[in-house]
Structures are given as C-alpha cells and as structure tokens.
Design a protein around this ligand. Structure first.
Ligand SMILES: [Zn+2]
Length: 292
C-alpha cells in the first residue's frame, strides 16, 4: 500500500504542472512563449490598468497561495500593491529570496536612478525607472531569465523550454531588426509624455522626451505647469504628446488644442489597448503610433 501511494505521488509529481503567478500581462506572454501549456500562468493585473496601482483584491491571494513561482517586474513597480497580497498568501515558496520568487528588474540595467530620494521631487521610483519593458530590446533578456528559472524548477521539461527559448530568441531578433529600421526615421524627434513611462523606448530610438504633463512623478497636472508646457511646445519643434491609457486625457487634449500638435495613445503593456493582445502586437502598436 505504502509503495502504491509513493509511486502515485511520484507519478503525479512527474505530470504536475508548475503553477505560475505573474504581476503583469507582458510577463505572462513571455512565459507562455517559453512554456506553452506545460505550466499554468495567471496574471494579477490587466494591461489597461495603471501598473503602479493594481487593486490588491483578496481574490488574488488564492492564486499566490497555490503558486510554485511568482514573477514580478520589480524595481518597486509593485510596491503599492503586491507585498500585502504575498504576505496574506503565506506561501514560503514565493517569498522574497526563495527559489520561487523571480524579480525581473535584477537582470536589467535600470535607467533614471535618482540622485536624491527627496519626496518634494514627487513619488520618484527610488531604484530607477521600472518601466524597462517599453524597450523591445529587453524582451530576449527577460525570456532567457524566465527560461532558466523554469528549467531549474521543472527539470523534466528543461529541453522543451530551451528549444522554445531558441525559437523565441530567433523570432525577436528578426522583430528587433525590423523595429530598428522602422524607428530610424524618427531619430531626434521631440515629444512630451504624461509620466516617464516611455523613457526606455524613447532612449533606445533616440527620441527626445523634453517634458512631462505631470509636473513631478506621480503628481497631477496643474495649470501653471500646463501653460509652461504649451510655451515649451511653441518654442521647440515638438511633434507628439504621448498619452498612456490610464491617466486622464483632458490635459493632453487641452495642450493639443492650444498648440496644434497631436496626441497619440500608447500601450504600456500587452492588452493596454485594442490591437495589443500579444507581445508582437504590443510593440507593433507602440512603434507604429510613435513613428509612422
Ligand atoms: Zn512609473
């Protein structure tokens, strides 16, 4: 009887799927490209939500309780919502520094690292800008990190994950080449954005973001700053206002009306807006909206 039970346990562990919970849809997409249906993946947020302020609904705790792996963006992007959920889930496997905890920001060279964390400068991201997924050149790097983690936690599928990653890498190398060519004609363009959400993308393609609609990170627009922006636009050859999907649009529309420059909506994650429901479509849309 004991042996039967033991072998049943062994067999079920051989066929058990890894249960993965991820913070954002883009992480789900990358993980899915490498693991396909050999794992179960749940994203805790939607692509059209403000990634800084996901509502920490108690229903999300159940996913974390059953997870073998938690993959987060990190660099404090989840600071306002994820920690209490992980705490409530009380699952030792996915605690910080445990094997089932993967912080993607540890594998990226962060930009915009503040020299001061003075709160009067706004709600600055203290470790640096966490919005690194906006640079498509980070996709392969993140895919590799995720592949290595999956192979470690689920060695029986290691070869499968490696093979899928090789395909993923080849696919993205070709995509990056086409984006680099497409974006080349917009080099040097001047834009303004709402929050410093698109910095990694803009720097990659040498587009200059000369100011933000929010006067300080995380601080709502005010009339004085908005008038200053209108003057900045009039005195410089600013081409576009880059608007994210989750902030109010009226300030951008007002500035547009006063200056005649166009507002474009940009996705910040997979599923942020119509026509962005895969990683490919997300970057297709992002590059296409900025550089036509
Ligand atoms: Zn931010």
């Amino acid at each position: 009887m004991k042996y039967i039970l033991l072998s049943l346990l062994l067999v079920s562990s051989l066929f058990a799927k890894l249960n993965i919970t991820v913070a954002y849809p883009y992480i789900k997409e990358i993980t899915h490209s490498i693991a396909h249906d050999r794992v179960t993946i749940t994203a805790l947020s939607r692509g059209n939500w403000d990634p800084h302020f996901v509502v920490p609904k108690p229903s999300l705790v159940a996913y974390l309780r059953d997870s073998d792996l938690l993959i987060l963006n990190g660099a404090s992007l989840e600071i306002g919502w994820l920690n209490p959920l992980v705490k409530s889930a009380n699952n030792p496997t996915i605690q910080k520094n445990a094997n089932g905890y993967l912080d993607l920001s540890h594998y990226i060279k962060l930009q915009d690292i503040p020299t001061s964390t003075d709160r009067s400068l706004g709600h600055v991201h203290a470790e640096g800008n966490p919005h690194f997924i906006l640079d498509p050149h980070n996709v392969i790097k993140l895919g590799k990190v995720i592949m290595l983690k999956l192979a470690l936690l689920d060695p029986k599928n290691q070869a499968y994950y490696q093979k899928n990653f090789a395909n993923f890498k080849a696919h993205w190398q070709a995509k990056l080449k086409s984006y680099d060519t497409k974006m080349n004609k917009c080099k040097g363009m001047m834009v303004i954005q709402y929050h410093e959400l698109f910095n990694y993308f803009l720097r990659r393609y040498e587009i200059n973001s000369i100011d933000n609609i929010e006067p300080l990170a995380g601080v709502s627009p005010n009339p004085k700053h908005t008038l200053k922006l209108i003057n900045t636009i009039k005195n410089n050859n600013v081409k576009l206002i880059l608007q994210d999907v989750y902030h109010e649009h009226k300030t951008a529309n007002f500035i547009s009306k006063k200056t005649g420059i166009k507002v474009v909506d940009l996705p910040h994650d997979v599923g942020a807006m119509r026509g962005t429901n895969s990683l490919d479509k997300f970057y297709d849309k992002l590059t296409g909206q900025v550089c036509r």
